[in-house]
Design a protein around this ligand. Structure first.
Ligand SMILES: Cc1cc2nc3c(=O)[nH]c(=O)nc-3n(C[C@H](O)[C@H](O)[C@H](O)COP(=O)(O)OP(=O)(O)OC[C@H]3O[C@@H](n4cnc5c(N)ncnc54)[C@H](O)[C@@H]3O)c2cc1C
Length: 432
């Protein structure tokens, strides 16, 4: 009798366990379907690859991931949900008790181009270095460290010769974490250098969603000291950069874009939107996100204007304008329209969406027929203001209410630039 009761209890416990797993799986599957719809399934940087034959479904990776809904358990095994939101913390791999997670670039179906670098961050072109996320390894601490180390190496190689030539010892392009780390070290080592940044100091951190929690590890900033941050916010991190610049007197030429890089007999010539600089070494710390094409209209610098959509869920009851006619614009408009209370308009300068995925066309047609997205074809944004946007359509101008503007007008990707100057790039397909 006792053994029958024990067996029944075991069966009941197993049934309960399986039903909990199935319920949780269903929730995760729904999130995966939504991520598919929003176009969030392709990882853009280093990310976890989970080996299902080793995974025991402990869920430690899900708990360890500091971002939201990147990993989940489906059928008792770990899997990726919003893969494109992964920033490569690697906390999941560390937490996995059975070593089922490897950190990889690219996937079997979509390769990721990573420049080939020496351990000192030099490319195949002697004198051109890459630090930070452009080299494939994301995260703020890694970027700072790589920028710092690349300059240490350059300084060592220049030896007593530093500051002697007419050309700059090093020109640093980009003032995100890698560029700031490199610049501080260049200043500490007494190098003749200049740092050029197309936007403002801070890099990608500027584009994080408001109040985003940022996870990082303590890091040493030359001339400033140790920064003991572990968990902070976007705003606090940007404040930190401001105080670093103030304390160290670092000069960064903001609002200046590198437009070209040519080899010369004794080094390089860096061309920018404001001039030309001779350089013995160049550090490219320009990240992987490229330069989004701007509309060049008044008001485009307002903080409500962005060039990527990271978190559609932060918008509720907002008037939103998406500008563009490609897949990114349409996926953004649809994602925003799914949030409660939003009023989404999609402005495109042509008379139809010609080059989009058929699935996006179908979804957009559905959204238009449900009136959750208003499409404004043959239109051009003329001015962006705090509370509205002036749009011209076939010669007529109108103001539409607006809280946020998302612009997807294409842009230049850094890999195209790297290839054009002869930097060797390798394609990685999700292998270690
Ligand atoms: C949503 C999100 C959340 C993240 N959360 C975290 C987190 O919590 N913790 C963490 O450690 N990391 C996080 N990351 C990753 C981290 O932000 C990046 O790894 C890091 O910013 C990379 O630094 P970087 O200096 O290499 O490049 P970037 O920060 O991208 O900086 C590159 C700079 O170069 C400039 N530039 C580009 N082209 C040119 C040009 N032609 N001329 C002049 N300047 C140019 C850009 O304007 C930019 O300022 C997150 C990333 C994202 C997208």
């Amino acid at each position: 009798m006792t053994s029958i009761i024990s067996a029944a209890l075991i069966v009941l416990a197993i049934a309960l366990y399986l039903s909990i797993i199935s319920r949780k799986s269903k929730k995760v599957k729904k999130k995966v379907a939504l991520a598919e719809e929003y176009g969030f399934r392709e990882p853009t940087t280093i990310h976890p690859k989970i080996d299902p034959s080793k995974c025991i479904g402990s869920g430690a990776c899900v708990k360890a991931c500091p971002e939201k809904d990147i990993i989940g358990l489906i059928g008792g095994k770990g899997g990726l949900i919003n893969a494109s939101h992964c920033v490569g913390h690697g906390a999941c791999a560390e937490a996995c008790p059975v070593g089922a997670i490897a950190l990889v670039f690219g996937t079997e179906t979509r390769g990721v181009d990573i420049p080939h670098l020496t351990p000192d961050f030099e490319t195949n072109i002697k004198g051109i270095f890459i630090a930070g996320e452009l080299g494939g390894m994301g995260l703020i601490k890694n970027a700072i460290t790589q920028g710092r180390e690349a300059v240490e190496y350059i300084s060592c190689r220049l030896g007593a010769d530093k500051g002697r030539a007419e050309a700059y010892d090093v020109i640093i392009i980009g003032a995100g974490p890698a560029g700031v780390g490199a610049s501080l070290m260049a200043s500490k080592k007494g190098l003749k250098f200049v740092t050029i940044e197309q936007g403002d100091v801070g890099g990608t951190v500027f584009n994080y969603p408001r109040h985003k929690i940022v996870m990082t590890s303590p890091v040493e900033l030359p001339l400033y000291g140790s920064v003991r941050l572990r968990e902070t916010t976007k705003e606090a991190l940007l404040d930190l950069w401001t105080s670093v610049i103030k304390k160290t007197g670092l000069e960064i030429r903001t609002g200046e874009k590198m437009t070209g890089l040519a080899r010369e007999a004794d080094g390089f010539r860096v061309k920018t939107s404001k001039g030309e600089y001779p350089a013995r070494n160049v550090i490219l710390a320009i990240g992987r996100r490229g330069t989004p094409r701007k509309l060049d209209v008044p008001g485009e610098k307002l903080p409500k204007v962005t060039y990527s959509l990271l978190d559609p869920e932060q918008h509720r009851d907002h008037h939103l304008l998406v500008v563009g006619g490609g897949d990114s614009a349409i996926e953004a408009a649809i994602a925003l329209a799914k949030q409660p209370g939003n009023k989404v308009s999609l402005s495109y300068r042509s008379d139809s969406f010609k080059r989009i995925k058929p699935m996006n066309k179908t979804r957009l047609d559905e959204a238009v027929s449900k009136k959750s997205v208003t499409v404004i074809l043959n239109s051009n944004v003329k001015e962006i203001r705090e509370k509205d946007v002036r749009i011209e359509t076939e010669g007529k101008e109108a103001f539409i209410n607006n809280d946020y503007v998302y612009i997807f007008a294409g842009g230049e990707l850094p890999n195209e630039f790297l290839l054009s100057i002869g930097v060797r790039i390798e394609k990685k397909f999700g292998t270690e």
